[in-house]
Write a protein that binds this ligand. Structure first.
Ligand code: GAL
Length: 837
């Protein structure tokens, strides 16, 4: 079925044609079974990699690892506020170079799925919307509103034109085969009434109007107007069917793990459960599946949104935050992908027949051109089942799917992992003599609280007789906004002689209060409770003007929910002084309608640029009397880049909360003093049963994020500068730089499989700590021998692997010799240590 009209030719400029003349155009269409590329039905296995969450220097490697992991497509959102942070001031440089990212996908020979949005959610600041959009007069976001729609159209058109100009759509020979407009609008459409409905129709028309000859999707949009394809997002999408019977069954977000809030533990979604969900989706006729995320990466700068989302966006994805293989997840899925792709023709063309065995056990047979392929799925959480298929019996473990590409041989079971598990380690920075953290040399300088007493330091200043929404005032150019006022007690006689409490009601996210320049208290909310009241006992001076300075700090703006864009942030009031609180003569003086002066940002940051590589002000730093537990302070140090190519992190243990820069690059907010609660972690993790974000947690009682990624491209060999702005008070004395690499590798693999063992970063296997082929038991770190084994296993593996960065073993009696066991299937368990050669 061809789905596109002829209008494309009109917008396809001569310039773009010349640019892509050598690329091979691909005709994209679809039917209810799936996408067709040049009329060939295809399975698409895709993974999300968001270009601004890594660096251009990392993109090639991430995409290569995605391809090696068996993906044939990469998906990304487009981040409007990254590209147009200020009205009509565009940025497509560095890690915002969308064209370069898409071309890197193309160079790797993969397809691209472009989710333009431009609302994206994504745990990204303000869901991707620029705050200037919210500040436009008469605007209402994500609904039938001309001011908004004109802006949305301008941005989407800019992106579509840019992709066309560079020949990046499939019909031009580019990699983009699918595009998305809006994002999960169906979840909130009810809140916008009839306007929501007409808005979504308008979105569909806008998408179609570009004539770019790719299918457009709308995820979680059960009323998607044809020809928009409604797609599924979630942990399991096997039971999903699109609203239009002519649409294929597509899964845009298979959540490979979950994101993290400050104060949260580390969530883990097991490889077995993820593979189970994928296998079931293909069993039940799905044909496009995307991991959200395949590489989560890092929320650099102030891009984390939510609020209270951590700087790390690791997501427990198949590639970890730094781009390392997250094993065994990466390897277990790779084997599944290769198998599914080998069945592409039968899955996209075959006649499908389902068999219900009862007890949540199901079978599916695909038949095409005299061949057949089978799936056996067991969705029961506790019980393994043995069933008969074409005359043979098969045992399918609980919560797993077996795939038999010829309906006789089980080639894959989602609960049986035959890939290496890698235990990552952090190594000291050997390039630097300062391997001990307290040997780093620190300079510091204070950030003085603003106060009306001394006249507000220059910068962006506004006044109003009311408490203003923080993002409206800052236009989101900074996390920091000073709310400043003053009062003369003689004009408020009612307070005379009373104990005074300062009462501040805020919508979040952090408040530091100063009275006459003295800190009187700090408080913050959590992702569940953004709004809070801070009350502090204070002392005021009689007969003099008292200054009240409130520093309100945002930790990323709201990104999700109906009308999320209208949620106020900052001190919305009331701000009151309460005399003799709780007593019979209690009095209140409301300061909310006082004259308030607003100062955007910090003096050290906005005016002095202390964080910049070539800071305008070098003087004023002290190298003596290094303070700890001091509020509002700048620290800086220099360090050498760790040798080698392994990813670099800085351990910020000991610090409170703030922002960190390396050589002028903002590596994100830090908050190691926000510790996850002690309860709810498990040492073992049962993959069986539906995933939820309380399952398989680790990191209880530890900082929710202690290590912060410094991409290699931010570093030079020597003389690197780390600048920290510390907001709460802490000590930099425990700060140190480390690299992350494979420390221990483990695997248990069934016989007749190939096993690849691999260290990384030039490190090699220095010791085989355990090896047994037969009936070994236990888990990584505590494997035990069974009653029988092939006696040569250790020496064979030592011979093949010691001193190597990687080695591949043929797991069989041919390799290791006879086991003397009487099992049906033997297993190999091996544990090795990776070290510098
Ligand atoms: C989805 C959304 C994504 C992301 C995800 C959670 O609802 O579409 O952008 O926010 O949730 O990680």
């Amino acid at each position: 079925m061809a789905i596109f009209g002829p209008c494309f030719a009109a917008v396809f400029s001569v310039v773009s044609f010349l640019l892509v003349a050598s690329a091979v155009p691909l005709d994209v269409s679809y039917d209810e079974r799936g996408i067709k590329l040049n009329d060939q039905s295809r399975i698409i296995i895709s993974g999300s990699i968001h270009y601004p969450r890594s660096t251009p220097e990392m993109w090639g490697d991430l995409i290569k690892k995605a391809k090696e992991g068996g993906l044939n497509a990469i998906e990304t959102y487009v981040f409007w506020n990254a590209h147009e942070p200020l009205y009509r001031q565009y940025d497509f440089e560095g890690n915002k170079d969308l064209v370069r990212f898409i071309k890197t996908i193309q160079d790797a020979g993969l397809y691209a799925i472009l989710r333009i949005g431009p609302y994206v959610c994504a745990e990204w600041n303000y869901g991707g919307f620029p705050v200037w959009l919210h500040n436009l007069p008469g605007v209402e976001l994500r609904t039938n509103n001309t001011v908004y729609q004109n802006e949305m159209k301008t941005f989407v058109t800019l992106i579509v034109d840019m992709m066309q100009k560079h020949g990046l759509f499939a019909i031009q020979g580019g990699p983009i085969i699918v595009a998305q407009i809006e994002n999960e609008y169906g979840n909130v459409e009810w809140a916008y009434g009839n306007n929501g409905k007409s808005y979504i129709n308008w979105c569909a028309q806008l998408a179609e109007s570009y004539g770019v000859q790719v299918p457009w999707i709308m995820c979680q949009q059960s009323d998607a107007p044809s020809p928009m394809i409604n797609t599924c997002n979630g942990y399991y999408c096997d039971q999903f069917s699109p609203n239009n019977p002519k649409s294929p069954k597509w899964w845009t977000e298979n959540w490979s793990g979950w994101f993290k809030d400050w104060g949260m533990k580390d969530p883990h979604r097991t490889a077995e459960d993820l593979a189970f969900a994928v296998a079931r989706f293909f069993q039940y006729g799905g044909s496009l599946q995307n991991y959200y995320m395949y590489h989560g990466g890092t929320n650099f700068d102030r891009t984390a949104g939510g609020p209270y989302i951590t700087t790390s966006y690791d997501y427990d994805a198949p590639l970890d935050e730094y781009g390392n293989l997250n094993q065994p997840k990466w390897g277990h899925l790779k084997r599944l992908h290769e198998l599914i792709m080998s069945m592409e023709e039968i899955l996209t063309h075959g006649v499908k027949r389902d068999v219900d065995y009862g007890n949540m056990m199901s079978g599916t047979v695909y038949v095409y051109k005299g061949k057949q392929s089978c799936f056996l799925g067991n969705a029961n959480q506790n019980q393994d089942f043995t069933v008969n298929l074409m005359g043979s019996s098969y045992t399918v473990p609980a919560w797993s799917v077996s795939i038999l590409p010829d309906c006789y041989t089980e080639v894959y079971n989602t609960a049986k992992i035959n890939s290496q598990q890698t235990v990552m380690v952090k190594l000291p920075n050997e390039a630097d003599d300062q391997t001990e953290p307290n040997e780093l040399q620190w300079d510091w300088r204070p950030e003085h609280p603003e106060s009306l007493h001394h006249g507000v330091a220059k910068g962006s200043v506004t006044t109003a007789n009311e408490l203003l929404d923080q993002k409206t005032v800052t236009n989101d150019t900074s996390d920091y906004l000073w709310y400043l006022t003053s009062l003369d007690l003689s004009k408020n006689d009612s307070l005379a002689g009373k104990a005074i409490t300062l009462h501040v009601h805020t919508n979040g996210h952090i408040v530091h209060a100063f009275v006459n320049g003295k800190h009187v208290g700090s408080q913050w909310g959590t992702s569940d409770h953004l709004e809070f009241i801070m009350e502090k006992d204070i002392k005021l001076k009689h007969g003099k003007t008292n200054s009240i300075s409130l520093l309100s700090v945002t930790v990323g703006l709201q990104n999700y929910g109906a009308n999320f864009d209208t949620v106020n942030v900052g001190i919305h009031g009331p701000v009151k002084l309460i005399g003799n609180k709780g007593q019979s003569d209690e009095v209140t003086v409301d300061l909310s309608t006082n004259s308030w002066t607003y100062k955007v940002g910090l003096n050290g940051m906005e005016e002095k640029g202390l964080q910049l590589d070539n800071a305008r002000h070098q003087h004023g730093w002290k190298s003596y009397n290094l303070p700890s537990n001091r509020l509002l302070v700048w620290y800086k140090t220099t360090f050498k880049a760790p040798l080698g190519s392994d990813p670099v992190v800085v351990d910020l243990q000991g610090l409170g909360k703030g922002t960190a820069w390396v050589n002028g690059h903002n590596i994100g907010r830090f908050w190691p003093s926000f510790v996850a609660s002690e309860d709810g972690c498990t040492t073992t993790c049962d993959y069986r049963g539906a995933y939820n974000s309380n399952k398989c947690l680790t990191n209880c009682g530890d900082p929710s994020q202690r290590w912060y990624h410094i991409p290699r491209s931010f570093l030079q060999d020597d003389g690197n500068k780390l600048v920290l702005f510390e907001e709460f008070g802490g000590t930099p004395l425990h700060v140190r730089f480390q690299t992350i690499t494979a420390g221990t590798i483990c695997a248990t693999t069934d016989e007749k499989k190939q096993l690849e063992l691999s260290c990384q970063g030039g490190r090699v296997m220095s010791e085989i700590k355990f090896a047994s082929f037969g009936e070994p038991t236990g888990v990584c770190g505590s494997y035990a021998r069974g009653s029988c084994e092939a006696p040569n296993t250790l020496s064979v593996i030592q011979k093949q692997c010691l001193g190597q960065e990687s080695c591949t073993l043929d797991v069989s009696e041919n390799t290791f010799g006879p086991t003397g066991c009487h099992q049906n299937v033997y297993r190999l368990a091996v544990e090795a240590t990776c070290d510098s050669p």
